[in-house]
Design a protein around this ligand. Structure first.
Ligand SMILES: Cc1ncc(COP(=O)(O)O)c(C=O)c1O
Length: 366
């Protein structure tokens, strides 16, 4: 089976872990051990942010971002429904109400026009998602956020290495959230990071990461244990160095798929927007006009031939039982996309002959 994604772990990561184990420093009381601090510095440089705060998952990063943005009980946060559930979950965890809006059917990222329509007196923040590693329309969202005095959070969990308007994704957001889950473009096993240019927000995030403590056993605000262990940070430092080569290989695989699949008139292929570079976390195609049943049958056939195709996401969040009660605008494009898209593997472990096999198999089935 060619998996949809696979961690790329080598001897360097193994050595880095052993070194930490031998050092005896496995974590730090306030979440800022030597490896974590180095990883934060290097990651901040990579995404051109002033501050980076390492945490133990992308979900933790989102939760902390929502709380640091000042989102409280009764507030509304506007976000797409076509994303991984963590994006909405963390809003509910903060006691606030997610308000779901539709996507752009070309990019699958949140539609700025729909975001603006959803703003009310209770809106506190907007969360945009760089879905599949394709940057959201952050300039338009920044304008809307500024016009209405809202915080703008970017869920960049799938977008390490993506570029928007010539800059690393994240720069237009007040807070950008990253995941290092094992399937991601770079991994620490589990892990996450928040980047920001705002010193006050960074300070607040560091407090929330560790029980609200500036010094041990004296909480100044309500916090959590979202600390990243030293072993994870050590893996992250090696993965970050290797990331450019991972990204180049993903791009090569994606471009080969595009060349081969562009003759299929019933497939909508992923396309990079002007001045943007996709991180190619997933190569997602749409089977134009297809029903859910037809799309699912093709995914099953691909799997039976050893191709780990997957659907991200078969059920938009507003259709999941715990989220049905929240406000939403018209979600026509979201529901259509959830019935018609499927993703193909382009991770660095996929060899050129496998990419050719994937393309030929898709063409023979659609
Ligand atoms: C878009 C998106 N948001 C949030 C997350 C949550 O990240 P994690 O699994 O590290 O908690 C993920 C990854 O799984 C994701 O893909």
């Amino acid at each position: 089976m060619i998996p949809i994604n696979a961690p790329q772990i080598g001897e360097r990561e193994i050595e880095a872990v052993v070194k930490v184990l031998r050092s005896g420093v496995l974590t730090h009381g306030l979440g800022a051990g030597p490896m974590v601090r180095r990883f934060e510095e290097e990651f901040a440089k990579f995404v051109e942010a002033k501050h980076a705060i390492a945490v133990n998952s992308g979900t933790a990063a989102l939760h902390m971002a929502v709380v640091a943005a000042g989102v409280k009980r009764g507030d509304e946060v506007i976000l797409p429904s076509f994303t991984f559930v963590a994006t909405a979950e963390t809003v509910v965890m903060a006691g606030a109400k997610p308000v779901f809006v539709d996507i752009n059917p070309e990019t699958y990222t949140v539609s700025p026009e729909e975001v603006e329509k959803a703003v009310t007196k209770r809106t506190k923040a907007v969360i945009a998602v760089d879905l599949y590693g394709a940057p959201a329309d952050m300039k338009s969202l920044r304008e809307i956020a500024d016009k209405h005095g809202l915080r703008l959070i970017e869920d960049a969990a799938q977008a390490h290495g993506a570029v928007y308007d010539g800059k690393p994704v994240g720069v237009y957001a007040d807070l950008a959230c990253w995941s290092f889950y094992a399937s991601k473009n770079m991994t620490t096993g589990e892990g996450g990071m928040i980047t920001t240019n705002d010193g006050e927000l960074a300070e607040k995030l560091r407090l929330i990461r560790c029980h609200g403590e500036r010094q041990k056993y004296m909480s100044t605000i309500i916090g959590h244990n979202y600390r990243m262990p030293e072993i994870e940070a050590a893996i992250g430092l090696v993965q970050l160095e290797r990331l450019p080569s991972f990204l180049a290989r993903r791009r090569e695989n994606a471009e080969t798929l595009t060349v081969k699949l562009c003759k299929a008139e019933n497939l909508q292929l992923p396309r990079e927007q002007p001045l943007c570079r996709n991180s190619w976390y997933l190569y997602t195609v749409r089977l134009k006009g297809a029903s859910r049943r037809k799309r699912d049958a093709i995914v099953e056939q691909l799997k039976s031939k050893g191709i780990g195709a997957e659907v991200y996401y078969p059920w938009p969040i507003h259709m999941m039982p715990p989220y049905k009660r929240f406000r939403r605008l018209k979600l026509t494009e979201t529901e259509k996309a959830s019935e018609q898209v499927f993703s193909l593997p382009v991770h660095p472990g996929v060899k050129t002959e496998q990419v050719n096999f994937i393309a030929e198999t898709v063409l023979s089935l659609i």
